[in-house]
Ligand binder design. Structure first.
Ligand code: KIV
Length: 287
């Protein structure tokens, strides 16, 4: 376990004041979470993107609360000293404020996360207020909201027209006024996100929203080259895990078939004072 000091919502909010950028990454499993904590990540999101990155679904809509909880538990074990957000999956909050509180509460009670994130602007204001009344730290998420990508006409950047930029700014103001402690902008023009980040007093983070937000979120499977289906424009690949792992697996296949693996160093031999009796044991069974 690292001796890193864990953030609270207050230390994250202070970073906006000091101008220190927040580094935020998704994680879905124990090893990745432990690597992120060792790397000094400020926050982790157990995103519903796990539907695509871990389960191979086409989108995030099929993801269930139970799946999110299991992955949050693993990430919490891997990163005990990191601020973790659970992502409310589709239909965990769309129907009622009561559903939203009950399901968000599961993230805290069962998986020990520090905050939750949910998609939507003005239309989820009552959900945000209900969550805050329950004592839950809330991060809003507007712009490209994958759970409603059907309504948006696909996974498209938002805020590229004046009308769409106005709607985003109004949503951002409504989320802050409702009391959310953080906001995420996804796939938004940098000029619009810079304005929103400067206008709001809560931290405003971006994924595909340019450099002038209070911090960046990115999907781990994208930046390490693990997710193969497609790569959004805003992704920078820092390594190519798919290539490294496939090469290692090919080498294993070759060595097993060619007899190069395992070697003596990979074997557990019989104890020295026992092996002398082994020929007799074999004879018993050969008879
Ligand atoms: O699920 C997720 O990882 C997300 C990001 C794409 C913002 O919500």
């Amino acid at each position: 376990m690292s001796d890193k000091k864990k953030h609270s919502i207050h230390t994250i909010q202070k970073m906006k004041g000091s101008g220190e950028k927040v580094a935020w990454l998704t994680a879905y499993d124990y090893p990745t979470a432990s690597f992120a904590e060792a790397a000094g990540m400020d926050m982790l999101l157990v995103g519903d993107s796990l539907g695509m990155c871990v389960y191979g679904y086409d989108g995030t809509v099929p993801v269930t609360m139970d799946q999110c909880i299991v992955h949050c538990e693993a990430v919490r074990r891997g990163a005990p000293n990191t601020f973790i957000l659970g992502d409310m999956p589709f239909m965990s909050y769309q129907v009622s404020d009561e559903d939203a509180v009950r399901n968000a509460g599961r993230f805290l009670k069962e998986a020990g996360v520090d905050a939750i994130k949910l998609e939507g602007g003005q239309r989820i204001v009552s959900r945000i207020k209900a969550l805050l009344d329950a004592g839950i730290v809330v991060c809003g998420h507007i712009g490209l909201t994958p759970q409603s990508s059907g309504q948006l006409g696909g996974h498209k950047a938002q805020g590229r027209t004046i009308a769409s930029a106005r709607a985003l700014i109004e949503d951002a103001l409504a989320i802050e006024a409702a009391g959310a402690q953080m906001l995420l902008l996804e796939a938004v023009p940098p000029e619009v996100s810079a304005f929103i980040a400067q206008k709001l007093s809560i931290p405003v983070f971006g994924i595909g929203a340019g450099p002038d937000t209070d911090g960046q979120l990115i999907i781990v499977a994208d930046i390490i080259g693990q997710f193969q289906a497609f790569t959004p424009k805003f992704v920078k690949k820092y390594c190519n895990v798919a290539q490294v792992v496939t090469d290692a697996m090919k080498a294993y296949v070759d060595e097993v078939k060619g007899g190069a693996f395992p070697q003596d160093e990979h074997c557990y031999h019989m104890l020295k004072d026992e092996i002398g009796a082994f020929p007799d044991l074999k004879k018993e069974f050969e008879a």
